[in-house]
Design a binder for this molecule. Sequence first.
Ligand code: SAJ
Length: 406
Amino acid sequence: MKICVIGLGYIGLPTAAMFANAGHQVIGVDKKVEVVEALNKSQILIEENGLADFIKKPVESGHLVGKTEVETADAYIVSVPTPITEDKTADMRFVESATRSIVPVLKDGDLVILESTSPVGTVDTLMKPILDEAGVNYYLGHSPERVIPGQILYELVHNSRVAGGYTPEASHKIAELYKSFVEGEIYETDARTAEMAKLSENTFRDVNIAFANELAKICEQQGINVWELINICNKHPRVNIHQPGPGVGGHCIAVDPWFIVEKEPGLAQIINLSRHTNDGMPQYVANRIEKMLGSLNGKAITILGTTYKPDVDDMRESPIIYLRKILEDAGATVSIHDPFVAEKDLDKACKDADIVVLGVNHKQYKDLDFKHLASIVKQKNFFDTRNFCDANAAKEAGFNYELLGK
Ligand code: SAJ
């Protein structure tokens, strides 16, 4: 088939490459000229394991071509961002404009699939009325991506997938198309269920993390180590408590629950509270740091890691950005070390620090040389928000080591 993938970001580009490697003719469309030009030179501007190599073959064989405009195809896949606005509602402008760009080229029998995570009703109340303007018979539905950054190429193939059609025929056509590369189960349902399924999966994780964060606070008051507690609870065959931390980042889990709250604010109460709990964690961490230092004003604070999670270069909605702002607003000087996106020289970042804070559990921080660190910093204070560093090594080197949730 000829497939037009609209939006060449973290999801669109790997998906386009998957279809192209499976033998389809794929046009990857992005309005950013630099993204398209890079693709046509077999280059990528984002970091994702294996992706740089994965696009080479289809680009060289002509199966994957980058363009800035949508062109006629048999299937259109919309994978554009659905960011959140200031008032915590979905900004659907990109989905709307991508959908409009399909109208002039849409013909009988074509398939249009929304991949972007969207509020319930996007397919039937936003996309369908626009596409109907073409006056042709087409198939429409939602097949949300469920892949985790860092393992996108593996999960695109092996995860199960939802094919949520506006009609059962559309669900079936969507399922057939993804069978080109998906080895997991493809579950056919309607579009609204598919939209809600995607939001519910990420919300489950957000609520679970909020629970873990609440336990962390309770454990601190009750003289319990939350990490040990969760480890013990998770040995129960039906318990799976997630990990506490300095907050929830990324463009998915920190955003998607709001799309449910937006539709049903009166009903989505646990969901709403969980979002606020997780968003409150940077402030909570800042308070712990303040307790360790006596005050924040005039202090030099080094944070290790600033991406939204370990071993990726993605900073979207990272709680560390908020933590930094809170600390700076209180008069501290903050320096950030991150092997992926910030200062890469650890000595330089930690020199003369009053406290070093582990913000992200990047692999590089697993074996921190605390003895060496002790010779660089001004005060030997260390705060671990992830239960990741070697507490004994830190203490042996003379650090006052404290842990979130203990
Ligand atoms: N986090 C915790 N505690 C945990 C797990 C995560 O604090 O126990 C934090 C992380 O540090 C990070 C944030 O949550 O800041 C989100 O990270 P993540 O690894 O949980 O998830 P994402 O945002 O990278 O990817 C999620 C995945 N969803 C689920 O696992 C249900 C992925 O499968 C989705 O495809 C993706 O959202 C998406 O695009 O929606």
